[in-house]
Design a binder for this molecule. Structure first.
Ligand code: NDP
Length: 484
């Protein structure tokens, strides 16, 4: 890792200026197709890697690739598939597919059940087997190094096992070696200890899945996405060729959007909390409030997405984008492993925030959530039946679908993004003001939302033509009334 940081990484960074100038000029020429500019970056990378390839291979072999971490990622994915298949759920129809004579695909809605069962399994599903006391090799405390800092902690789970053995021995009920003695939490703190290996395994998995989907998209009858059939292999692989790849009634894109990655994000956050508890076991300190609140707020955000699973059927990810590397990587690797950054940051850093700061950040989260949920639910209800929200004014369009111009959607055209971003800022704020790193999420997410808003604006101007300009005159602001 050290060689990579001191030699390979600087070489790659030296290649960045020319790469980004190509990106900027491409993006300027075609502002609504930044994806092709992004591809220009990817095409620069092989050249930059060539000279330093062996260091990178060594890094992967020695530090990143861990078969056990990969097996865990595959097992987690398969477990989520089993839940999706077996749990009961209402079946909802997606929007009519373009050019398919009104065909609407069915989707099973049981994500929130999968969420609760996953949590139950993570907290109570790990089998415990009897082991000889003398084999435990327990030290009362262990001193460990984490970067520059030193921590003292006890191996509490193993310690509990020893006490349990002692208690059982005293009662004359000594379990047989290897006998199942009960169930407990999975050792999720390992997600902290082996974070880079798990993240790398998720990247490899999403790459493999996208490759299979890309190859499968050449079969006869596959319905292709508009954005994924350029003929450029790399571009199409990245954007995704097939619109709704399915195996029977199992929809790969819909499944990946909300299940393994999002619930995996919650599991990662729990792992960070367990790691902090392990580190603080010696001093007996309780878990820190900021880390507890990050777990609660982000878990709530994920549960909300799963409870409102139906709403995803009208998003452009489902209706417009193909399922390729962009979405597979985003859903399975990027979201869980970068969105859990605040929790990871808080593990070894005792950020102490005043009660006022904690209350202020909680209020910011609540306000953000309120705006986000109200706006998205109103739009969802309005799209399904405009008469269900009679208080909302709307304008008719030549396209046939109406556009809301009052209520939340009269304040700003992307007021739902504003609420979402406020929540993001509250989560980052829980990490305190001393380091910019945990604010990465708010910065990245802000850029994503601005880009997504521009992309949607472009798509809507194509869908609605002159009516869209009329609508923009009526609802002038994009994110914040009176400001932007
Ligand atoms: P929107 O929910 O804003 O959906 C855009 C579509 O809504 C438009 O294409 C249009 O489609 C319809 N629409 C736009 N304005 C109106 C109006 N005034 N009246 C009625 N319909 C309108 O965007 P997204 O799907 O991008 O986002 C959904 C949520 O997901 C957001 O809250 C966003 O913050 C969140 N999100 C979160 C991400 C994360 O990583 N955490 C990533 C991406 C999104 P049509 O007219 O064809 O129905």
């Amino acid at each position: 890792m050290a060689h990579f940081l001191t030699s390979t990484l600087p070489a790659l960074l030296r290649a960045l200026p020319s790469t980004f100038s190509t990106f900027a000029s491409q993006a300027r020429r075609s502002p609504h197709n930044t994806a092709s500019a992004f591809m220009a970056i990817i095409q620069h990378i092989p050249g930059a890697l060539k000279a330093r390839g062996s260091a990178l291979v060594a890094l992967v072999q020695n530090e990143l690739w861990d078969p056990l971490a990969f097996a865990c990622i595959v097992a987690w994915f398969c477990f989520q598939v089993v839940l999706e298949r077996l749990l009961p759920g209402e079946v909802a129809l997606g929007v009519p597919l373009l050019g398919a004579e009104g065909l609407r695909l069915p989707y099973k809605l049981n994500g929130h059940l999968a969420f609760w069962i996953s949590l139950l399994l993570l907290v109570h599903g790990c089998p415990r087997f009897a082991v000889p006391v003398e084999d435990e090799g327990i030290l009362p405390t262990i001193v460990g190094d984490e970067g520059d800092e030193q921590f003292v902690y006890t191996a509490s789970a193993a310690g509990d096992a020893v006490l349990q053995h002692a208690g059982q021995a005293a009662n004359g009920a000594i379990p047989v070696l290897g006998e199942l003695t009960g169930f407990g939490p999975f050792p999720l703190e390992k997600l902290y200890d082996h974070f880079p290996q798990f993240a790398f395994a998720a990247v490899v998995f999403s790459f493999g899945l996208s490759l299979l989907l890309y190859l499968a998209s050449f079969r006869k009858g596959a319905r292709l996405a508009d954005g994924g059939r350029s003929g450029n292999v790399m571009y199409d692989f990245y954007m995704g060729r097939e619109l709704n790849p399915r195996l029977g009634s199992f929809d790969w894109k819909y499944f990946c959007e909300l299940r393994p990655g999002l619930i995996g994000w919650v599991a990662l956050n729990m792992g960070m909390l367990m790691k902090q508890q392990q580190l603080q076991a010696v001093t007996g300190e309780p878990p820190s409030w900021p880390l507890v609140l990050v777990n609660v707020f982000q878990g709530w955000y994920v549960l909300d997405a799963l409870l409102n699973e139906r709403a995803i059927l009208t998003t452009m990810d489902i209706t417009t984008d193909g399922f390729g590397f962009m979405l597979a990587f985003g859903d399975l690797a990027w979201v869980p492993f970068t969105y859990s950054l605040q929790a990871r940051y808080l593990v070894g850093r005792p950020v102490s925030l005043s009660t006022y700061a904690l209350a202020g950040l909680s209020a910011m989260h609540l306000v953000g959530y309120w705006i986000f949920r109200q706006a998205n639910s109103t739009k969802d209800a309005f799209r399904r039946d405009p008469t269900s929200v009679p208080h909302v004014r709307y304008m008719d369009t030549i396209r046939g679908t109406k556009l809301m111009v009052s209520g939340w959607w009269g304040w700003a055209r992307k007021i739902n993004y504003t609420g979402d971003w406020l929540m993001a800022l509250a989560w980052c704020g829980l990490c305190g003001p001393t380091h910019v790193l945990p604010y990465f999420y708010a910065i990245y997410f802000g850029i994503l939302l601005v880009h997504r808003a521009a992309r949607d604006d472009h798509l809507c101007s194509l869908k609605y033509g002159a009516d869209w300009q009329k609508y923009k005159k009526e609802v002038k602001w994009l994110f914040l009334p009176g400001i932007y």
